[in-house]
Design a binder for this molecule. Structure first.
Ligand code: UDP
Ligand code: MG
Length: 347
């Protein structure tokens, strides 16, 4: 680990063939000013558009570019995870490869790190070229997450951030399958701060986050960091119970006063029945979201499968399951961690 670079830039790539070259050029330009060493870890998340060849070419031309090719598409958050696992830098920087997060912002992240912060996240002060639906849903999403979770997840931040090696080390030990990395970094703690930036328009290719994936992502975020959806059930159940008592009372009084035929209608019964079953099904769904996730966690499959790497040690090792841990760095991290635990036992 000692001979690692100062900065590890982690970029997930899923079919970004056109932006790869300009992205690499901009990263190189942004880091040239620091005068320090760096590596660019490109995680190819099962691309099928020629990104693979393009990454190989970049890695062949510049030894600082390293590639991790997945065996298939595992998803954005998992690709970022693999990048963190393999990173050897004293600081790890997560950035999208589609140039929506401008590499020119990186020196500003570094500046804060040098001032002593362990996590520096980039806040999207403005989002360019995104549909009203995306901007609105993102606004609501970040605020909702902020409200219902116990940890302090900053508003309007994506995964674009810098983290110190010690934060990355903790993340390597968090092997959950449904990952919300921005929440996980907040969870770690230490000194965190943010800087503002303008999120650029996507110039090449298209977003890999259609509505369906955004909903799945939001569900992962909520279930990973909050039990609020499970807890509100008790309030709804109390409310309904009290309402039913009151309604029962009112109906009884009306019937006593006005005769048997009051509120005898079948229609009312049917409507109420449908309403209540829809409530129940909805909460079964909510419950199911938690149950399915805990099933996924207990099955504990490897988070990703690496097909090949360039410029990195041990592609085969990364598939090995050692308590569900992936890459070599992570294997080492786990060994260190267990040693610490053993040391702790003696006390
Ligand atoms: N990405 C990935 N795997 C996926 C989807 C996306 O590695 O399954 C990458 C993608 O290539 C990009 C980054 O993750 O570099 C962010 O994705 P995208 O730009 O589609 O998301 P958006 O910016 O629209 O939220
Ligand atoms: Mg994007």
């Amino acid at each position: 680990m000692s001979e690692g670079p100062v900065y590890s830039i982690v970029a997930p790539v899923y079919n970004e063939v056109d932006s790869l070259r300009p992205f690499y050029a901009q990263v190189k330009a942004a880091l040239a000013g620091t005068g320090e060493s760096w590596e660019l870890l490109i995680v190819n998340d099962g691309s099928s558009d020629g990104s693979h060849e393009e990454i190989e070419a970049l890695a062949a031309a510049d030894g600082r570019v390293r590639a991790i090719h997945f065996a298939r598409n595992f998803g954005h958050q998992i690709a970022v995870t693999a990048g963190i696992d393999y990173a050897r830098g004293r600081a790890v920087i997560l950035i999208d490869a589609d140039l929506q997060d401008p590499p020119a912002v990186i020196p500003r992240l570094i500046e804060k790190w040098k001032a002593g912060y362990d996590v520096v996240y980039a806040i999207r002060a403005e989002r360019r070229g995104e549909s009203l639906l995306k901007r609105l849903s993102a606004k609501i999403f970040y605020r909702l997450i902020h409200r219902i979770t116990d940890i302090n997840i900053p508003l309007d931040t994506g995964d674009f951030r810098l983290m110190d090696a010690r934060v990355a080390q903790v993340l390597r030990q968090m092997r959950e399958h449904h990952r919300f990395i921005r929440g996980m970094t907040s969870w770690v703690g230490f000194k965190q701060t943010g800087i503002d930036y303008v999120r650029e328009e996507r110039r090449w290719g298209e977003t890999k986050y259609p509505l369906r994936k955004m909903i799945a992502f939001a569900l992962d975020a909520v279930t990973s960091f909050s039990f609020f959806p499970l807890q509100i059930m008790i309030y709804i159940s109390f409310t309904l119970a009290i309402a039913s008592l009151l309604v029962g009372l009112v109906i009884s009084i009306l019937r006593l006063a006005l005769g048997e035929e009051f509120f005898g209608g079948q229609a009312t019964t049917i409507v109420l029945l449908l309403l209540l079953s829809s409530f129940q099904l909805f909460f079964l769904f909510v419950l199911g979201q938690y149950v399915a996730r805990s099933y996924d966690e207990s099955r504990d499959r490897p988070l990703y499968v690496v097909a090949s790497t360039v410029g990195l040690p041990g592609a085969q090792v990364s598939n090995q399951r050692l308590g569900g841990i992936g890459a070599p760095q992570a294997l080492m991290a786990r060994a260190d961690y267990q040693e610490q635990e053993r040391a702790g036992d003696g006390e």
